[in-house]
Design a protein around this ligand. Structure first.
Ligand code: SF4
Ligand code: SF4
Length: 291
């Protein structure tokens, strides 16, 4: 089983659109499993209308809780909490779970031993079936801030399902933070989706630095490449200097927006973008020696 993650240095590059199109092509002759590791904005499900078969709660971080029967209302916890997570009303102290960062200071300063740590539900993980194969995805409760851990949990479930199959295709998170690192760890290759803008170019450089650190094979595609051909040229030169395989250029194409609005992968309708993504898939499939 090979593992391919589609990633981008920033949001809005069309990463999920490309992932969905690749999945639609891959399923035609491969045994495919998909994982949506963009847990802060999981959108792959919108294009494949999955039927959820299992939902499991996700407990990422514990948070502090005050036992009112033990608390002597001294206020030390509220005074020392740097995140203003301890609230007091009529001398009754409690922790607001959404604001608690789990640092443990309140437990340290409490003279009565009234603080303990309890599990907090941070989200849900879904095992689903789509028309083209299993999909693992998740929802993070807003403010939970543990998306890297949730990505790892989603990936673990997807990897179990993908054992003995041909390909695990991952829709990765944008950026270079903890969720990205959790996504690309253990992958055989990444496909970086970028766009020809100054922000896209600088975010690409940071992303490439991170991926190089993990010694992961990198493919790159420039989405809407014809909108700023000068910057596209700079990106291609950057790839040539860094030994990054350019898998293809995807032209700006209104068919993409039409496909997204219809909740369909763009590869379901003939168009220049669809043709370009088909070329990208052919190259990646060959280079990754997929069956
Ligand atoms: S664990 Fe830290 S953040 Fe949470 S309530 Fe205690 S002091 Fe505040
Ligand atoms: S420090 Fe302990 S005893 Fe004091 S208010 Fe907080 S929980 Fe209650």
């Amino acid at each position: 089983m090979k593992r391919l993650a589609v990633v981008s240095g920033k949001g809005g590059t069309g990463k999920t659109t490309v992932t969905a199109a690749l999945a639609d092509l891959a399923c035609r002759d491969l045994d495919l499993v998909m994982a949506d590791c963009d847990v802060d904005a999981a959108n792959l499900e919108l294009l494949f209308s999955p039927e959820v078969q299992e939902t499991v709660p996700y407990y990422g971080m514990t948070c502090a809780a005050i036992d009112p029967g033990v608390c002597i209302s001294c206020g030390a916890c509220a005074e020392h909490c740097r995140f203003d997570a301890v609230l007091a009303e009529n001398a009754i102290y409690r922790v607001e779970p959404a604001d608690c960062e789990g640092c443990g200071v309140c437990e340290q300063v409490c003279p009565a031993g009234a603080v303990r740590f309890v599990e907090r539900k941070n989200g849900e993980i879904y095992s689903s079936m789509t028309g083209i194969g299993p999909l693992f995805h998740a929802r993070l409760i807003p403010g939970s801030g543990t998306s890297g851990l949730l990505v790892t949990a989603v990936k673990e479930r997807a990897l179990q399902e993908a054992a003995g199959r041909d390909l695990l295709l991952i829709d990765g998170p944008p950026g270079i933070g903890c969720p990205l690192i959790a996504t690309v760890t253990g992958c055989d290759a990444v496909l970086i989706i970028t766009e020809p803008s100054m922000a896209g170019r600088s975010d690409l450089e940071r992303l490439v630095r991170v991926c190089k650190g993990f010694r992961i094979r990198m493919f790159l595609a420039v989405n809407r490449s014809d909108l700023e051909e000068g910057i596209t040229g700079e990106i291609l030169a950057f790839c040539a200097a860094g030994g990054i395989t350019v898998a293809g250029l995807i032209p700006f194409d209104k068919a993409v927006q039409h496909a997204v609005c219809s909740h369909l992968p763009v590869t379901r309708m003939p168009s220049p973008a669809s043709d370009a993504i088909a070329g990208i898939w052919t190259l990646i499939k060959r280079e990754m020696e997929l069956p």
